[in-house]
Write a new protein. Structure first.
Length: 422
């Protein structure tokens, strides 16, 4: 049994909020140097020689929100194909250049962007940046045999996702929340659409969105800044700036509450509740949502865990969080419980929300929540990959300045701000 409630809905997923921090006077952007090539490519480089590795990441403003019913899933399909050979590197040469050095090459697609990255010992940095440059310069070659192989892989991935209770839960939840904006499209697409996408469809989409003024290049690690800047200018300047289709509105209108059950052959009930949240530019409410999620459902000391798991033993697990998007975000609560407890769990969650709205949150509880948020933030920046990821993500969100004052603004979140958020 899968349940969602559209007016007030809550959940516990990992978010793509990856903020920087200010610790002992350290600026989150310290060491990063930014420049923009004449063709519009934004470039960030940070030289850091503590560890002999480097992360090279290309962030593309293209995801499922840029798709249509006819090509839904094409961003994800393209991500599968890009590293399957370029004009300068065959698929085996790409693999050998990275993996023979112990490096990692991968990519990921979301609703709003696609990211390609290579994390590699600094001895392999030149090959890494050349491979990424081929992606940026539209030099992927789209071999027919690789397309068909990956099509099969993706269709199997879709089938597996439809057998996964957690995935069915999320997709059902997402459909309830988003009925107007392109956030309603599945990143992975459908078997019907993926089966029909042609090589030319992939190439056309690639040429339309993979243009320099629609991408961000981030490099962090054991590199020489001056030499790397020259290399970037040499390798990435040949691509031409081009107009990119304007995105449709990403602000989802509020609609009436709804509830949906999906029957599946599972032993437990997976419950997902939530409501629409602020867009990325509403900074104070983005931060407020992070603090609220801690108070409600993160950790053993959270209100929902204490009340529903420990005190009343209604759930096997429960959590909450906030999912940032450039447009309308999502605040969520998820729970795993016995089928007979679903209605009681819903009622208890609503009661806990109502308490926060009507009662004052003790300062001690707020302080603890703020400190947990800060600690989680700190741990997001342990690696070069994470640092590059944060810059790339927030640059595409067009709100890089948000991360500079994140921790300072966390201290401003109080009971009144949380009540306004709700």
């Amino acid at each position: 049994m899968l349940s969602t409630n559209r007016g007030r809905i809550f959940l516990a997923m990992t978010t793509f909020i990856l903020p920087f921090f200010l610790l002992n006077g350290f600026s989150p952007l310290k060491g990063f140097k930014r420049f923009v090539l004449k063709n519009g490519l934004s470039v960030f480089i940070k030289q850091d020689k503590k560890i002999p590795v480097a992360s090279v990441q290309l962030w593309v403003k293209a995801g499922s929100v840029d798709e249509t019913p006819e090509n839904n899933g094409i961003s994800h399909f393209l991500e599968h194909i890009i590293f399957k050979g370029t004009e300068n590197y065959s698929v085996s040469e790409i693999s050998r250049a990275v993996e023979s050095r112990g490096g990692i090459i991968n990519a990921g697609t979301s609703k709003e962007f696609t990211c390609y990255y290579i994390d590699i010992p600094s001895s392999g940095f030149t090959d890494a940046i050349k491979i990424i440059a081929d992606v940026a310069n539209q030099k992927a070659i789209f071999p027919e045999d690789e397309i068909e192989r990956e099509r099969t892989v993706i269709i199997e991935e879709i089938k597996r996702s439809e057998d996964s209770p957690e995935n069915v839960l999320y997709e059902t939840f997402n459909k309830q929340l988003f009925t107007v904006t392109p956030y309603k499209w599945r990143v992975i697409g459908s078997t019907e659409v993926v089966s029909k996408l042609s090589r030319q469809d992939l190439i056309s989409y690639y040429k339309k969105f993979y243009v320099p003024n629609n991408m961000v290049l981030v490099i962090v690690g054991d590199i020489n800044y001056k030499e790397t800047k020259k290399l970037v200018e040499k390798l990435f300047s040949e691509a031409k700036k081009s107009d990119v289709p304007e995105r449709k509105s990403l602000i989802e209108p509020v609609s009436e509450p709804s509830f949906e059950r999906v029957k599946k052959p599972v032993n437990y009930s997976y419950l997902l509740m939530g409501f629409l949240g602020p867009e990325v530019q509403q900074e104070k409410y983005q931060i407020t949502a992070d603090v609220l999620s801690i108070i409600l459902g993160v950790g053993r000391s959270s209100r929902l865990y204490h009340k529903l798991r420990e005190e009343k033993q209604l759930v096997y697990s429960i959590g909450s969080g906030f999912y940032t998007q450039k447009g309308t975000g999502v605040f969520f609560i998820s729970a795993l419980c016995s089928p007979e407890n679903v209605e009681t769990v819903k009622d208890e969650v609503s009661r806990e929300i109502e308490k926060i709205i009507t009662e004052e949150i003790p300062e001690e509880e707020l302080k603890k929540a703020r400190e947990i948020v800060k600690s989680q933030w700190y741990f997001e920046f342990e690696t070069y990959h994470q640092q590059a990821q944060t810059v790339g993500y927030w640059t595409l969100m067009e709100n890089l300045g948000f991360i500079k004052n994140y921790l300072k603004n966390i201290n401003k979140v109080d009971s009144n701000l949380i009540k306004k958020f709700l």
